[in-house]
Design a protein around this ligand. Structure first.
Ligand code: NDP
Length: 234
């Protein structure tokens, strides 16, 4: 049976691979996008997750066109890398507002329908950096670590209604986000990864799809590393 799936930031990168994986599996998939054209084959809803009104509008559109969201993948995220002493208040709060508070906004809105339906799947995209830390990414790491406590609290709040909430923590994935790094930085990173390469976005998508599947019905509050061994299971 096809489900109503929403992927935030599903217009490119990891989010697009996740959206395609669900669509290929026969689900009805909506993605948020902020500008340009949404990808073909999925429902594009314009939404900046830092704006609560846009989040509400996006949900109304998704509900109208494909029904209440049964699977939510909170994937949208940004980086604003800077060493602490040079990190501005804006660098810090904008990353927190998108990655953590933005996730709160979309999850809260999705939980309404899921509680009513007494079922649902929530998957949050964190990062190996949230668990290990990374120089120059204190803002990003704080936001991604915050998702773990958020998800685990929700798994306790929502579990009695058969709603699962899990976290996927990717390592380094070949997308626009990491293409912005210098060749030197990229080589340095690869040296630390036991599998010796970047992940393809599709390799993150397959774990997300698993967590939303019937086979994963008894998994909640988990953090699944998909990082080529970089975090050694953390
Ligand atoms: P990209 O930079 O390629 O894409 C980011 C996505 O997030 C875009 O779709 C972007 O939309 C969306 N987005 C950003 N801010 C907002 C906002 N305010 N409202 C709505 N959408 C927004 O990143 P990746 O695909 O690499 O990353 C996806 C997720 O995976 C992120 O949360 C990232 O932190 C995480 N991750 C990535 C890793 C990597 O190595 N690439 C490793 C670990 C985690 P738009 O096109 O409009 O800008």
């Amino acid at each position: 049976m096809s489900r109503s799936v929403l992927v935030t930031g599903g217009n490119r990168g990891i989010g697009l691979a996740i959206a395609r994986a669900f669509a290929d599996g026969g689900d009805n998939v909506a993605v948020t996008y902020r500008s340009g054209e949404p990808p073909e084959g999925v429902l594009g809803v314009k939404c900046d997750i830092t704006d609560p009104e846009q989040v509400e509008q996006a949900y109304k559109e998704v509900e109208d066109k494909q029904g209440p969201v049964e699977v939510l993948v909170a994937n949208a995220g940004i980086t604003r890398d800077q060493l602490l002493l040079r990190m501005s208040e804006e660098d810090f709060t904008s990353v927190l507002d998108t990655n953590l508070t933005g996730t709160f906004r979309v999850v809260k809105r999705a939980s309404r329908g899921m509680l009513r339906a007494r079922r649902g799947r929530i998957v949050l995209i964190s990062s190996v950096v949230g668990l290990m830390g990374q120089a120059g990414q204190a803002n990003y790491a704080a936001s991604k670590a915050g998702l773990v406590g958020f998800a685990r609290s929700l798994s306790r709040e929502l579990g009695s209604r058969s709603i699962t909430c899990n976290v996927v923590a990717p390592g380094f994935v070949d997308t626009d986000m990491t293409r912005a790094l210098s060749d030197e930085q990229r080589e340095e990173i690869v040296k630390q990864v036991p599998l010796g390469r970047y992940a393809q976005a599709e390799e993150i998508a397959s774990s997300v799809r698993f967590l939303a599947s019937d086979e994963a019905a008894y998994i909640t509050g988990a953090v699944i590393p998909v990082d080529g061994g970089l975090g050694m299971g953390h």
